[in-house]
Structures are given as structure tokens and as C-alpha cells.
Design a binder for this molecule. Structure first.
Ligand code: SAM
Ligand code: SF4
Length: 331
């Protein structure tokens, strides 16, 4: 191991890792997963110990921010144990979690005690009918209870993530923005990306961050650009001019932010990826299970990052969608 940072051929230093802990989920958002889905067998999914080994190698190379995702991470048994294992790795400064919130009410306290630093909760609407239309399941009440529980146990700066979809979100944005302001939650809108399990995405379904911002400015309150503290952050953030609350926009399709990307990903089955939209993966599980040394794992990771392209190209004509959907990669 040479302990040098992980840098790609465009000079981007990679210091953040998204770890998918499962491809399973308790709902079926149409933009992510098909209704009928065959999940990975348990033996193919990395164990907590295997994940920790990979994170240790990466932490020694300067990766200091870890986000746990999935599938729905909270369906993985005793996820809090993994959080606490990762939080105690030398060099890891932040462990964050992205969740749909359905199981949060029952797990919030354990997650907090395990040392989880940040929580993103995905919520596209506060209307139960639209929630069911998007997720093909019921559960809005549980998500709201999860948000309340997370606040109760002391999570701060909780962020709501909302996917904006043309033809669905226009009526949902203003009530959601008002709810977020009322509840003192940050809110981020993410453009609908071509990673749906049904492979039905069409560019006309992308409701741009610019359109969402206009709607909010017209009906909720005027917005002022926020200072950018972390250059690699994908969102463009705004504050309401009355000082109450903030809204961010991840315009991944209309304004890709690849030039500042510092992220790597590992899927639940232990495939290493240099981009959400990558069509190639590096098999870390195979390396882990065939007795690879830490140096060999490092080499595999460096090879993966070296192969990273300049951009994901979703907004150019040549774009080819990856073979995997969002739930199989880890959002
Ligand atoms: N199940 C968890 C959740 O929903 O928060 C974590 C995994 S989910 C794949 C991570 C994030 O990806 C969620 O905020 C979800 O809304 C977002 N997402 C899923 N499919 C997407 C798509 N096609 N375009 C944009 N965002 C998407
Ligand atoms: Fe499940 Fe999250 Fe995908 Fe929705 S976005 S189906 S909650 S993994």
C-alpha cells in the first residue's frame, strides 16, 4: 500500500464512498425498481466484515466520508452495528445514511447511538395518494413518524431528498417545500435520471431543477444563492430570503457536476464503480473471497478510478444507460 490519495486521470481526488448494503427494499419507487424484482441471494451480498475491510483500505488512502445506501439500507438486519464498525475506522470523519424512512422510527435511536452523523430521508410528496402512486406501496405515515423520531433522538441537519418528475411533481413541490420549512428540514430536489428499473425513462419526464426553483420562488418564498463550502457537493443550494430554511438542487441531467466528482461506489454484491452511470465494474468481492491482500484490493480500486470518464454524458446523444438500475447500484 502506498497511501497516496486516489486520483483519476482528470486530477479529481476521490475522498467519498457510497456503500450499498442491500438491493432489497420495502417499497417500489417506479423511478428506481421494477414492481417484480429478483433480489440477490444473501451469499452474494458483502458481509459487514467484508465492507469494513474495504472501507479500511480506502480510509488509509484518504477516503473520509462514507454514505450508506441501497436498496433500502434499514432492511439490512442490525445496520447500526455496521455503522458503529465503520465510524470507529481511523480516518473516517463522517458516516451518513440515505433511507426511505419507513423503518426509521424503530431504528433512529440505535443509529444515533452507533455514531451516525447525517441522515437523508427520501420523500417526494406529503400527499398519501401520490406517495402510493410513486412507491406502489403505502407508508407515508411511517416516513413522517421516522422523521419525527430522528429529530427526537437528536439528529440535526436532516435532509429530505425529492426526485422531481414531470407530470407528477408539479403539484407536490410547494406542499413539500412548506412542510420542510415548517419542520426545519433541508430539502433537495434531484432530477429524474435514466436509472429506473423498468427502463421507461424519457427525457421529457425530467423536471429541471430550474423549473422547480421557479415554482418555489413563485409560491413559497424568494431564494438567495448560498455560499459553496464543499466544491465537490453536487447540489446548488439556496436560502429563503426570510432566513427560514434552505433548498438545494441536484441537476444531474440538465447541469451535470462531473467535473468536481469525488465519489466511488461499492454495490451490495461487492462490485466497485467509478460512476452511477458506469458500464464497467471491478469485482472486489471476488478479490476479498479469494484471499487478496490489502495492496491487491487497493490496486483494483485504483484501476477502477483510473478508468473513470470525464463525465456521465446523460445529456448528450451518445448516452447508453447502464445495465443496472438505481436499487442495484446504490443511489
Ligand atoms: N432506499 C433509500 C432511499 O430511497 O433513500 C436509499 C437508496 S435510493 C436508490 C437513493 C436515492 O436515489 C433516493 O433519494 C431516491 O429517490 C434516488 N433515486 C432513485 N432512483 C432515481 C432516479 N432514477 N433518478 C433520480 N434519483 C433517484
Ligand atoms: Fe427503495 Fe429507495 Fe429505490 Fe425507492 S428509491 S425503491 S425507497 S431503494
Amino acid at each position: 500500500m502506498n497511501n497516496l490519495p486516489i486520483v483519476d486521470t482528470f486530477g479529481r481526488v476521490h475522498s467519498s464512498l457510497r456503500v450499498s448494503v442491500t438491493d432489497r427494499c420495502n417499497i417500489r419507487c417506479f423511478y428506481c425498481m421494477p414492481e417484480l424484482v429478483k433480489f440477490l441471494p444473501q451469499r452474494d451480498v458483502l458481509s459487514f466484515e467484508e465492507i469494513v475491510r474495504v472501507v479500511r483500505v480506502l480510509a488509509s488512502l484518504g477516503v473520509d466520508r462514507i454514505r450508506i445506501t441501497g436498496g433500502e439500507p434499514l432492511v439490512r438486519a442490525e445496520l447500526w452495528t455496521l455503522i458503529s464498525m465503520i465510524r470507529s475506522i481511523e480516518g473516517v470523519l463522517e458516516v451518513a445514511l440515505t433511507t426511505n424512512g419507513l423503518l426509521l422510527a424503530e431504528q433512529a435511536e440505535k443509529l444515533k447511538l452507533a455514531g451516525l452523523d447525517r441522515l437523508n430521508i427520501s420523500l417526494d410528496t406529503v400527499n398519501p395518494v401520490v406517495f402510493q402512486r410513486i412507491t406502489r406501496r403505502q407508508g407515508l405515515e411511517k416516513v413522517l413518524a421516522g422523521i419525527a423520531a430522528a429529530k427526537e433522538v437528536g439528529f440535526e441537519n436532516i435532509r429530505l431528498n425529492a426526485v422531481s418528475i414531470s407530470g407528477i411533481s408539479e403539484t407536490e413541490i410547494v406542499p413539500l417545500a412548506k412542510f420542510a420549512r415548517q419542520q426545519n428540514l433541508e430539502l433537495r430536489f434531484i432530477e429524474f435520471m435514466p436509472l429506473d428499473g423498468d427502463e421507461a425513462w424519457q427525457s421529457q419526464q425530467v423536471l429541471s431543477g430550474t423549473s422547480v426553483r421557479k415554482l418555489i420562488e413563485n409560491e413559497v418564498g424568494s431564494l438567495v444563492s448560498a455560499e459553496r463550502f464543499v466544491p465537490s457537493q453536487p447540489a446548488v443550494d439556496y436560502h429563503y430570503s426570510d432566513g427560514i430554511g434552505s433548498v438545494g438542487f441536484v441537476n444531474s441531467v440538465t447541469e451535470p457536476f462531473c467535473h468536481a466528482c469525488d465519489r466511488m461506489r461499492i454495490t451490495a454484491e461487492g462490485k466497485f464503480r467509478n460512476c452511477l452511470f458506469s458500464s464497467v465494474e471491478w469485482d472486489v468481492r471476488e478479490a476479498l473471497r479469494s484471499g487478496a491482500t490489502n495492496g491487491e484490493i487497493e490496486n483494483l480500486i485504483r484501476e477502477c478510478v483510473t478508468a473513470k470518464k470525464r463525465g456521465h454524458g446523460t445529456n448528450d446523444g451518445e448516452f447508453l444507460r447502464p445495465a443496472k438500475a438505481m436499487y442495484q447500484i446504490g443511489g
